[in-house]
Design a protein around this ligand. Structure first.
Ligand code: DC
Length: 218
């Protein structure tokens, strides 16, 4: 199987780029952030603070997360319920970052991710795919952009949808989440030594997709 890992901070365009690359090569796109988000949604549903490590761990035996592909699109199921939309709610973002710092949560989601990669050609995006989940992936990329550019893109995306947001609040959330994700002890956000760095600050979406696709020979 061919495995392509794309890691990087929140808002660097990983999911859009990974999706396009997967489509181009006919691979399955695996969004691993959705897994952490669904664990956080389960905690929120049970009124468990996502910073309460013990309670989150106690919840895991009754947590079932599955990925399904419907018309080629990833859907995530939490205890049999499709939560693909719910996991995108703003409160799920920081909550996902919190639960993702818990080693038992990472362990809980490990086999699911490795099995996907063992059985399919995948483009998998996340934070630790090239470093921990798929250290032997044939292709590894680290896609990043400055925090300002990422906040700017998010601001445009939301305002275009008619959602009013404060730019500084967005920037602050991005900086805070980067800090959280790169300073946790287990599997922090980090570029793998053998990953190709792509800084998309001055690239269009098409250019980022090309930069990755051009390196892949299948
Ligand atoms: O990519 P995302 O914004 O959907 O991810 C949500 C959170 O999950 C993110 O703040 C960090 C965590 N995450 C992780 O720790 N490891 C991954 N492979 C993917 C996401």
């Amino acid at each position: 199987m061919i495995n392509i890992a794309i890691d990087g901070p929140a808002g660097a365009g990983k999911s859009t780029v990974a999706k396009a690359v997967a489509k181009k090569f006919g691979f399955i796109y695996v969004d691993t952030g959705a897994l952490y988000r669904s664990i956080s949604v389960n905690a929120l549903k049970h009124c468990i603070e996502t910073t309460d490590t013990e309670k989150v761990i106690a919840m895991l035996p009754e947590t079932n997360v599955e990925l399904k592909y419907i018309d080629g699109t990833q859907r995530v199921f939490l205890n049999g319920e499709d939560v693909s939309e719910e996991i995108r709610l703003p409160e799920a973002s920081m909550a996902a970052s919190n639960v993702s710092a818990i080693p038992a949560v990472r362990e809980f989601l490990l086999d699911l991710q490795r099995d996907m990669a063992k059985n399919h050609n995948v483009v998998m995006d996340g934070r630790d795919i090239g470093t921990v989940i798929l250290p032997d992936a044939q292709y590894k990329f680290f896609l990043t952009a400055s925090a300002e550019v990422r906040a700017d893109r998010r601001y445009k995306e939301l305002t275009e949808k008619g959602i009013e947001v404060d730019y500084n609040a967005l920037l602050e959330e991005i900086v805070q989440r980067d800090y959280n994700d790169s300073h946790r002890e287990t599997a922090p956000l980090r570029q793998a030594e053998d990953a190709i760095l792509i800084d998309s600050s001055n690239l269009t979406l098409e250019e980022s997709i090309e930069a990755i696709a051009n390196k892949i020979k299948v």
